[in-house]
Design a binder for this molecule. Structure first.
Ligand code: 6LW
Length: 503
């Protein structure tokens, strides 16, 4: 049985931690499904399932074949796939998304949201990011995009029917009216948008009309969600989507960030997915408090320590949480070369290279530990925290040495090294969130890189300020991803462990 959380309870937000922005949600019977942006990573658009809106499991990635997702080798980080809309209509699932690096707006369908999703239907006449789909009673399909403008489309062919028309775009002068979602609720059509930009001024506003194409009357209480100018520990709240539970209750999913450290505050996990209850007054939605059972700021006093998430690479297909920049092929990433090991064959020469062979998972906890057993007998490679090509810290094993490499903007440096016997070695990265801010310039966390000795003891090689792997420093729309890479030859990895919490 599907349900929804009881109102008034403290929700364990974020409901999907880590770089999972621009959530779009729908319900089919007892099941909720949610999709997020994935930018330059392949496979693209993670899809989640839940029965209670709080506990989510990733069931796949909507775009998991090269024919669905083209990310050219020269496409930039924070390019690629922006802001999907996921809907259940007429017995199937519909997903519309923008590939800003290649093909523009694309529409996919599936009978099972876990996949397979169809080949893309192109929408060449729909110009603008953040496409939304909504259907009128007579079957008319409305596609609304950032800006905000709207056009009717034939969703089976991708053809536009008529000319795009500008519709309500938020309060006059609002920055970045985007993320539109159009809903038929009762006797009204509601147009929900984000405005203020995806940074600290982000917010959600709404307007309504008797018809899907307006004119729209703005809600007197706009913005209906924003944390701008507040000291709430969750900031940048915006880009929402509404869903109704089977019990009639209403909810909003939206993105937010958890900044840490002193001034101006740095967020390192990217924009995460949050949930808040919604009630209705005078036919307008009222978004309830954004609650969290995590400690109040400064983040975090304590975080739950969950068991390690270990991958032994025993399966022939990688779990859906593993992502790679731009592309991944069986030639350069395989579990079939050495049974029970992940073998990575270098394409780019380092993590600075957009073509690097890197397989990682999102950092989902403010404090965490990642470990891997790497065999560098046939190459160079290691374990890294990646924000983009220009911002990453890694610990790399070669035949005779283990070294820590830091790349921050234009600067690249080997910050520590130590001789090794060239055999398999456990590489370890610990991220330790700043517990107490005692100084205005204090960073959000510390990234500690090292190796384990034969007894499992930790040999620390470097301790680096995490602010340089934050969105406030690097820019863009993504968050940290932790994983394995190869820079020369082939490197084999026996297992990978990710443990939340400080150790
Ligand atoms: C997305 C836009 C936004 O397309 O950021 O926060 C852009 N909102 O709606 C990238 O995620």
């Amino acid at each position: 049985m599907s349900s929804a959380p009881e109102k008034g309870h403290t929700l364990s937000n974020p409901v999907i931690p880590g770089f999972h922005p621009d959530p779009s949600i729908c319900r089919a019977g007892d099941d909720y499904y949610l999709a997020c942006s994935s930018f330059e990573y392949y496979p693209g658009v993670p899809v989640f399932h839940s029965r209670d809106l709080v506990h989510w499991t990733q069931i796949g990635n909507a775009l998991d074949r090269p024919g669905q997702l083209r990310l050219p080798p020269d496409s930039s980080s924070s390019g690629g796939l922006y802001a999907p809309t996921l809907r259940h209509h007429d017995g199937r699932f519909w997903l519309v998304v923008t590939n800003v690096s290649a093909d523009g707006n694309l529409l996919f369908t599936a009978t099972d949201p876990a996949g397979p999703w169809s080949d893309p239907i192109r929408l060449p006449g729909v110009r603008g990011i953040d496409p939304d789909l909504a259907w009128d009673d007579d079957g008319t399909c409305w596609c609304t995009v950032a800006g905000v403008s709207q056009v009717r489309i034939d969703p089976l062919t991708g053809e536009t029917l008529g000319e795009p028309r500008r519709v309500w775009s938020g309060p006059p002068g609002a920055k970045a009216p985007e993320a539109p979602h159009l809903y038929r609720i009762g006797d009204w059509w509601y147009l929900l948008i984000a405005e203020g930009g995806t940074e600290r001024c982000h917010g959600v506003s709404i307007a309504r009309s008797r018809t899907p194409d307006g004119p729209f009357e703005p809600c007197p209480a706009n913005p209906i969600l924003t944390h701008r100018g507040t000291d709430h520990p969750v900031q940048n709240t915006g880009h929402g989507d509404l869903v109704q539970g089977p019990d009639g209750s209403w909810w909003m999913v939206f993105l937010g960030v958890r900044p840490g450290g002193g001034s101006p505050g740095w967020h390192v996990l990217g924009r995460e997915t949050f949930l808040a209850p919604v009630t209705w007054i005078d036919d307008w939605p009222v978004v309830g408090e954004v609650t969290t059972d995590l400690a109040p700021p400064p983040w975090p006093l304590r975080e739950p320590v969950a068991p390690p998430v270990r991958d032994d690479f025993e399966l022939s297909d990688l779990a859906p949480a593993w992502i790679s920049p731009r592309s991944r092929s069986a030639e350069d990433c395989t579990t079939k070369e050495r049974a029970g090991w992940l073998s990575l064959r270098a394409r780019g020469a380092s993590l600075d290279d957009p073509g690097v062979v890197f397989v990682g998972r999102r950092q989902q906890d403010l404090s965490c530990r990642a470990r891997t057993l790497a065999d560098p007998a046939e190459g160079h490679g290691g374990l890294a925290v990646r924000l983009d090509e220009r911002h990453h810290y890694g610990i790399e094993a070669t035949a005779g040495e283990v070294r820590v490499i830091a790349r921050i903007g234009p600067l690249r440096s080997v910050v520590a090294s130590r001789p090794s016997d060239g055999g398999p070695v456990v590489l370890r990265i610990e991220v330790v969130a700043t517990r107490e801010v005692t100084e205005a310039r204090q960073g959000p966390d510390t990234v500690v890189l090292g190796v384990e000795d034969r007894e499992g003891g930790f040999v620390e090689l470097a301790r680096l300020d995490g602010r340089y792997l934050s969105t406030e420093v690097a820019g863009g729309f993504t968050g940290r991803v932790i994983g394995m890479y190869a820079s020369v030859g082939t490197v084999h990895f026996d297992w990978f462990d990710y443990e939340p919490g400080a150790h």
